[in-house]
Design a protein around this ligand. Structure first.
Ligand code: GLV
Ligand code: MN
Ligand code: MN
Length: 409
């Protein structure tokens, strides 16, 4: 019905750059960890834009932020959005694009004087990254009833801070209740964060599924001793065991092949000194696969390896699951919509899985859901060099506009 309507790409890029100023790192990129003071300032900017656009703003008890645009009829809204928290060395696009493209769609509809039949809602979910507080997608998980609010609020971060205290400290704990949302459909625009679209020369990804995610924190406890005097046969070296495990994770992912990936992204040794055998190592393992059976096999194989290694090295092992989400298929009709809208706009499009976790995978529990991907230059993300060309941002936001129009009419 409004097939000729287009978003304003420059306005979208201007908002991405403006939000990117908050928590900007020297040399580029952003650090806006969940529930930090930078997150507070980012939220304030987004809330300001929502109000300027005439949205009615609400914040729930988990700090999830919603901007509602009434429709001609009442009822469950069509929702879009993503997150504005980042990893410690993040870019300007991961998450932010989904929120700000939602606002750009709203501004486009406002300018054109269009009121959709169903209400529209733009959401910014709390702590999608999980970089500070695990699990990732925490806000959307609580929103769909997949985690109790109380449990989320009690979660402690890598700095020991409690989610509930941090929500209060930045004034982000809202009045709206969480759980059992009534959403007509959800669609999220996001950068791909991988190399596939760019390598394929394709502009739009119609995301069919999100791969399963398994995060474990290991704590190995051995015995500190003198690095010069302790014979190798007498060592209980937590540092060695951690690094042997990291090497094993790499080999395991390579051996399993396919979509299997494995990462040890955080590691701390103590006492962390040149001439002391480490008595403690704490590290994380991130395993992902689109195939849940192979993911489970990877988890079991790793567990067996660690058990045997601990016995051989004479160390104690503690395991803590930080996140475990099965692969999530998206609604086929919603994926079709993304594909058809991209084609109708004249863009090349391919169906693909997501390697990253996304709020959409949680919303998929309560309503028909899909995602739109646009290319990431060099396949780089979770890196200050993250970049998506303005034409691709615009293409993705126009697909979002058309999909939202289709769903809300
Ligand atoms: C979250 O962004 C993740 O996929 O790690
Ligand atoms: Mn993201
Ligand atoms: Mn991310």
């Amino acid at each position: 019905m409004h097939d000729a309507l287009r978003i304003n790409g420059q306005r979208l890029v201007a908002r991405l750059n403006a939000l990117g100023e908050i928590g900007a790192l020297e040399g580029g990129g952003v650090c806006r960890l969940a529930l930090s003071d930078e997150d507070r300032r980012g939220r304030e900017r987004v809330i300001g834009w929502m109000r300027e656009l005439g949205l009615s703003v609400s914040v729930d008890a988990m700090g999830n932020l919603f901007g509602l645009r009434p429709g001609r009829e009442e009822g469950p809204p069509v929702m879009t959005g993503s997150h504005i928290d980042t990893v410690r060395t993040g870019g300007l696009y991961d998450g932010n694009l989904g929120v700000l493209a939602g606002l750009e769609v709203v501004e486009t509809l406002n300018d054109a004087g269009i009121t959709t039949r169903r209400p529209l809602c733009v959401a910014a979910f709390t702590n999608e990254e999980g970089a500070r507080f695990a699990p990732d997608m925490m806000g959307s998980l609580v929103y769909v009833g997949g985690m109790r609010l109380e449990e989320a609020l009690e979660t402690r971060g890598i700095d020991g801070a409690r989610v509930g205290d941090c929500l209060d400290a930045i004034g982000a704990r809202g009045e709206a209740p969480v759980g059992a949302p009534d959403v007509h459909a959800f669609v999220e625009l996001h950068i791909e964060q991988g190399p596939v679209l760019e390598e394929s020369g394709v502009t739009v990804g119609a995301v069919e599924k999100v791969q399963g995610i398994s995060w474990t924190e290991f704590t190995f406890t051995g015995t500190s001793n003198h690095a010069g005097t302790t014979p190798m046969r007498l060592r209980h070296d937590a540092g060695y065991a951690a690094m042997a495990t990291a090497t094993f994770v790499r080999e395991l992912a390579t051996r399993l092949g396919g979509d299997q990936v494995g990462t040890v992204g955080a590691l701390t040794l103590s006492p962390n000194l040149v001439n002391v055998v480490a008595n403690r190592a704490r590290f994380t393992v991130d395993l992902r696969n689109t195939d849940n059976e192979i993911l489970k096999q990877a988890e079991r194989t790793l567990a067996d390896f660690v058990t045997q290694l601990a016995e051989e090295e004479g160390i104690e092992v503690e395991r803590r699951t930080l996140a475990r989400f099965d692969p999530v298929p998206f609604d086929p009709a919603m994926v079709d919509r993304v594909e058809a809208s991209a084609r109708a706009l004249g863009h090349s499009v391919m169906r693909m899985p997501s390697g990253a976790g996304h709020d959409a995978q949680m919303l998929a529990r309560v309503c028909p859901t899909s995602m739109i991907f646009v290319p990431s230059a060099g396949g780089i993300s979770h890196n200050i060099e993250e970049y998506t060309a303005p034409d691709d941002l615009e293409a993705g936001a126009n697909v979002l506009l058309q999909v939202l129009l289709g769903l809300s009419e």
